[in-house]
Design a protein around this ligand. Structure first.
Ligand SMILES: [Zn+2]
Length: 337
């Protein structure tokens, strides 16, 4: 929780009670904070927050490989074996289901004569490529989809069933967020073809994925102190003073999933002065909250303004300690005291 201290110099203590009806919070349009980008080098040891936000992943295996040299229909079973290896090897931490609907596919796997290497932002392994599109939410890189291309031959020699399983294991590893690894490991970028027995996953692969996916997918609502401005104005009327509140801040969702029905509450000296409900804050999204001239009862010489998102803790979040921002507005007469 960050506190913002705003000192307002005035000549009197707090005596007035606002008479007007409280206006609604004005929530302006959501800034488009969600950035989709293709990333190349995912290294969970350096960036531990590259992951999918849901399981199982829908996998579309494109069997239409007409014209692809040395393609065998049995390659599909090899790919399925690789998917099963990742799923069983991680104890269902990651899971897959095949789909025949391209529109709801998370991962697309297809065979090609030549890898499309036109885009520099890729995992390029000679025998296969995994493209990964991620949504960057500042704290997390959420994988939105992956496109895996596999070759069917190496230097003109057809790949074996074990080769295909190895290449698919490797590229699916990238699609799950894994980076290259040295040594005897399926994520080693150099594979020997002409194999009869497929490689096994290492404990390292499995542990990295377990760590990556151990937390359930939750949102994380936050009000950052940076860029937040909270102030009050006092206008002297005949015998009463009128106090109004101005709030200018952003509410972010730094989490892994979208969040719906988000309550926001503004309190002055612990008393609720306004509430609102936001329909949705998408992952990586933010909402600009602007309150101007909202009448507030002024109770004490120092008014404690709190803006709290999810004040009754109805939403389970990754971090529950960044939902509030506080400003102390001091009305004490500094000149005469
Ligand atoms: Zn690779």
């Amino acid at each position: 929780m960050a506190a913002i201290s705003i000192l307002t110099i005035s000549t009197m203590g707090c005596t007035g009670i606002a008479e007007e009806t409280v206006t609604n919070l004005r929530i302006t349009s959501a800034p488009n904070d969600v950035v989709f980008r293709q990333i190349k080098g995912i290294d969970p040891t350096m960036d531990p927050n590259v992951r999918w936000n849901h399981m199982p992943l829908n996998v579309y295996i494109d069997e239409n490989a007409a014209g692809v040299k040395n393609y065998k229909s049995s390659f599909k079973q090899d790919v399925i074996k690789s998917l099963v290896s990742w799923q069983t090897g991680t104890g269902n931490v990651v899971s897959f289901q095949t789909t025949k609907n391209l529109d709801n596919a998370d991962i697309i796997i297809r065979w090609v004569n030549e890898l499309d290497t036109s885009d520099n932002e890729r995992m390029d392994d000679g025998l296969g490529i995994a493209y990964i599109a991620v949504s960057n939410t500042s704290r997390y890189n959420i994988i939105k989809n992956s496109d895996i291309q596999l070759l069917t031959q190496h230097s003109g020699s057809p790949l074996t069933s074990a080769d295909m399983q190895n290449i698919a294991l490797h590229e699916i590893g990238h699609a799950l967020g894994l980076a290259h690894k040295s040594g005897s490991d399926i994520m080693n970028p150099y594979l020997t073809t002409g194999q009869i027995t497929p490689l096994k996953l290492s404990a390292g692969n499995v542990n990295t994925l377990k760590k990556l996916y151990e937390g359930s997918a939750k949102p994380d609502l936050a009000i950052p102190a940076a860029g937040t401005a909270i102030s009050m104005n006092r206008t002297s009327l005949m015998i009463l003073d009128k106090y109004t509140l101005n709030v200018d801040l952003k509410i972010h969702n730094y989490g892994i999933v979208d969040v719906h029905d988000v309550e926001i509450e503004v309190r002055a000296d612990g008393k609720t002065v306004n509430t609102d409900v936001l329909d949705e804050i998408p992952l990586g999204g933010g909402l600009h909250m602007l309150v101007q001239g909202m009448p507030v009862d002024c109770i004490t010489e120092t008014t404690n303004i709190q803006v709290i998102v999810d004040p009754y803790n109805k939403i389970e979040e990754i971090d529950e300690n960044n939902n509030q921002i506080t400003a102390m507005i001091d009305w004490i007469d500094r000149v005469s005291s």
